[in-house]
Design a protein around this ligand. Structure first.
Ligand code: ADP
Ligand code: MG
Length: 692
């Protein structure tokens, strides 16, 4: 049964217990949970056990599995087999091979930190994330750094931020008199995706080269009928989901929720939450497995944030909370949140973090593709605010005011007499908020569907750690800790009240109000990156020992250059499709019209209305073609003038090139509605989105 195969491909707790000596198992647990130092003897035994187990599962190779700044995972396989003393092959996997690997770093982005001639890079084992077997290869989660220790990956800052939040949260909890041993952030990533037919995908160079459609007139139906959301799942898609689930379960990932999303062909999978770094690793695996399984079912899985214009895009809601060694969720408000000092202190720390580091949170979601989604009227706005829900907002208001306003709402509802009573949740849902408290955790909704969630989480962890560190400073020296904590809560909530917003985040009025409140409204990736190395941000990362100045400069450079490259690829793909596909198709169609019904002299035999209509049609195609051609020439001219320098190029692409691409797209989409269906050179939105 499926329950028996759960985690069968993971070097998990059961396997560790079975394959390791009890003392080694215990030492490894201390390393995993409390960050105890690793020693050679333990690593030797773990390596031997891992290999034994993996070979029994059919593995022939091992790889250090890492997350370079490209955002996807990287692997380089090494066979276990080596010649033995007598020349015959033996299987070997040493502690050295487990702990440290060498990878040629020169082809991974470094943002100028490592000159390309210094090719050496190291991958280093992360013992807190379980190894697993995939495609007959033992995969060992690792971090990636350069020869001189500069961080080159997405995982390391996340691990450092987890250490920071553990340090600072423990100080606060100990000051409150608790005997907590460790605290870790938990993360659950809801993954949205589109499934389309492989056959359609193969005919669209834009999907192949950029991951999304650069053209496409609206379909008459679109998502207007709202029938897809939670709709019954098509059998072909259901078969895909079943195989996806089985594969994820075997990898120890609790794939829990699956449903159709709002847009046609759009779906979501939510796994059970996990320790932040494990959740980030697992989400990378989820995306990889989705693509592979889709392929087997003649689908292509699109993880792009905005595959189709005018249709909802995809996000990756990042649910975040803090958990103690006793398994307590710190953001569980309990029956009386107003009296729960611990909860309120941590709540204040989050509210302050989101307010003080709006720019960093925006950066964590900034990519060329997510820019197409944020701020649309189906995705969170580009303005960051916190939604608390009515009950909690009332608590916060009371604390700030220093009195109980005491509005009580009915807590029970009955729909009809025969039905069970419904207990009302303490928070309603507000889908329009980018950062919502959802009862016992925060849901950060801005990250895009394709991103590595490490970035959003290391920023969140670091900022919250920093706030907690200030609170601990005050509490550790206080005479009356409870009173000091209460005054911190009141002061902080009052100081950061402006970031709390319970209203409609999609409305135009919010943009105006947010401006009045002094909140940032960062429209684009290049604009967001301007803030990365603001002095307050540099100091934050330094204080919490998460990134140094050089590492931030490198990340900024990588983020900007990725934007520049992506928009260039899009623009050039657009030009290619216009020149090689759209223009010839429209010209052919117009010629057919001109030679046929509307050439007055030669076809005088045809009825007049037919000739008149034909002329109009040919004129429409001709005018459209002229407009498209002019728009294309303007785009080419703009691309030639791209300034040097990542920031300048990014700003230019955002303000000049992308708007011109919009003009090209509009001209092409108009032509799509004019030209005969069979003449259009690639599948249209109706073909792609409404398959059977
Ligand atoms: P919704 O539709 O309300 O957004 P989903 O069920 O789609 O809810 O997803 C909720 C996600 O939040 C799941 O991945 C779930 O495991 C995760 N989650 C629940 N509790 C916590 C927590 N304490 N910390 C982090 N994530 C959590
Ligand atoms: Mg959901």
């Amino acid at each position: 049964m499926f329950i028996d195969t759960f985690g069968s491909n993971v070097f998990n707790d059961d396997v560790r217990k079975k394959y390791l000596k009890p003392a080694t198992y215990k030492k490894l647990e201390n390393i995993r949970n409390e960050g105890a130092p690793m020693d050679q003897a333990i690593a030797e035994e773990v390596a031997a056990a891992m290999m034994k187990w993996a070979v029994e599962k059919g593995a022939t190779h091992y790889t250090h599995w890492f997350q370079p700044m490209t955002g996807i995972t990287a692997e380089k396989h090494e066979s276990f087999m080596e010649p033995g003393p007598d020349g015959r092959p033996v299987l070997k996997f040493s502690s050295k091979a487990l702990i440290k690997g060498e990878a040629d770093a020169s082809s991974f982005p470094s943002g100028g930190m490592r000159a390309t001639f210094e090719g050496r890079g190291y991958t280093v084992w992360d013992p807190t994330s379980d190894a697993f077997v995939k495609d007959n290869t033992l995969c060992i989660p690792t971090a990636f750094c350069s020869y001189n220790g500069a961080v080159l990956d997405k995982k390391t800052p996340l691990l450092r931020s987890m250490a920071a939040i553990n340090r600072q949260a423990l100080r606060v909890l100990h000051a409150l008199g608790e005997e907590t041993k460790y605290v870790f952030p938990t993360v659950g990533c809801e993954q949205e995706y589109f499934l389309i037919n492989k056959e359609d995908y193969a005919k669209r160079p834009d999907l192949i080269l950029t991951g999304h459609t650069l053209f496409g007139a609206a379909t008459p139906r679109g998502q207007m009928l709202e029938t897809h959301y939670y709709g019954s799942i098509r059998p072909r898609v259901k078969a895909f989901m079943e195989e996806l689930n089985e594969t994820l379960w075997s990898l120890g990932i609790y794939s829990k929720t699956e449903h159709n999303e709002v847009a046609p062909c759009q779906h979501e999978m939510a796994p059970l939450f996990n320790k932040a770094n494990v959740a980030a690793d697992q989400n990378q695996l989820v995306m990889e497995v989705m693509k592979k399984v889709a392929d087997k079912h003649d689908f292509v899985c699109l993880l792009h944030e905005k595959p189709f214009g005018g249709i909802n895009g995809s996000g990756k809601h990042n649910n975040w909370s803090l958990c103690t060694d006793k398994g307590e969720n710190i953001f569980k408000p309990g029956k009386a949140p107003a009296e729960n000092t611990r909860f309120l202190l941590f709540l204040a720390a989050v509210i302050r973090s989101v307010d003080d580091y709006q720019d960093l949170l925006r950066i964590s979601c900034s990519t060329a593709s997510n820019d197409l989604r944020l701020g649309g009227n189906e995705a969170p706005p580009a303005i960051i605010s916190v939604f608390l829900g009515d009950d909690l907002e009332e608590v916060v208001n009371d604390i700030i005011a220093g009195e109980k306003t005491g509005k009580k709402r009915a807590k029970m509802q009955t729909l009809a007499e025969s039905m069970p009573a419904l207990k009302q949740d303490t928070t309603d849902r507000n889908r329009t908020s980018p950062f919502a408290f959802t009862g016992n955790r925060f849901e950060f909704r801005m990250p895009g569907s394709s991103v590595n969630v490490s970035c959003a989480n290391y920023i969140l962890n670091t900022a919250v750690a920093d706030a907690l560190s200030d609170y601990a400073d005050e509490m550790e020296t206080a005479e009356d800790v409870e009173k000091t904590a209460r005054s911190i809560i009141r002061r902080e909530l009052a100081a950061h009240r402006r970031i709390i917003f319970n209203g409609n985040g999609y409305g135009a009025e919010w943009v105006e109000e947010a401006k009045q409140r002094g909140l940032l409204n960062i429209a684009s990736t290049p604009e967001a990156y301007r803030h990365f190395d603001d002095e307050k941000n540099l100091q934050l990362f330094e204080r919490q020992q998460v990134l140094d100045r050089e590492e931030i400069a490198s990340r900024k450079s990588i983020g900007l250059s990725e934007y520049v490259k992506t928009v260039n690829i899009e623009a050039r793909t657009m030009l290619m499709m216009i020149e090689k596909q759209i223009i010839p198709a429209v010209a052919g169609y117009a010629e057919e019209l001109a030679e046929g019904i509307c050439a007055d002299d030669s076809r005088a035999d045809l009825p007049k209305p037919l000739r008149q209509t034909g002329k109009k049609l040919a004129a429409e195609a001709g005018e459209g073609l002229r407009d498209l051609f002019a728009a294309k020439e303007d785009l080419e001219a703009l691309l030639e003038k791209e300034p040097k320098g990542e920031q300048e190029a990014g700003d230019y692409l955002y303000t000049k090139v992308r708007p011109q691409m919009e003009i090209c797209r509009e001209a092409a989409d108009r032509l799509e509605t004019v030209v005969k269906k069979d003449d259009w050179p690639f599948p249209d939105y109706t073909d792609i989105l409404f398959y059977v």
